[in-house]
Design a binder for this molecule. Structure first.
Ligand code: FES
Length: 119
């Protein structure tokens, strides 16, 4: 095992945007049926347009985040600890501007003090 924490932060990482695209073959709602793929693409596009997609902000397609809804997708941003549900593709610009600033200039540098202290 290798601890790559320093490498990741030295490469410019600030945040992960997690987008649920979970599919479920049941009566219960799942993000795959509530714009999951379209929200994922809207997140990628917004970040790419501001030059921070994967250079600073990583995007991960995830399974269930526990915020299932038939109205829209679940999105989480970490390590900021922000959680959203019922997200539609049209909501993405407002959501990401709220988290990162309209030009994605509100980016943190380095791990949180809690991470540093625990190592
Ligand atoms: S299926 Fe997306 S949060 Fe549960």
């Amino acid at each position: 095992m290798r601890d790559r924490t320093d490498d990741v932060y030295e490469n410019g990482f600030t945040d992960h945007v997690l987008v649920c695209t979970n599919a479920r073959d049941s009566e219960y709602a799942a993000c795959a049926d509530a714009h999951g793929e379209a929200v994922l693409e809207a997140v990628r596009t917004w970040l790419r347009d501001r030059g921070v997609f994967w250079s600073r902000v990583h995007v991960a397609e995830t399974s269930c985040l526990g915020l299932c809804s038939a109205e829209g997708t679940a999105v989480a941003v970490h390590p900021r600890g922000r959680w959203f549900s019922d997200v539609t593709p049209g909501d993405v610009p407002e959501l990401l501007a709220d988290v990162f600033g309209s030009e994605a200039s509100d980016l943190r540098v380095g791990p949180s003090p809690e991470v540093v202290e625990s190592r």
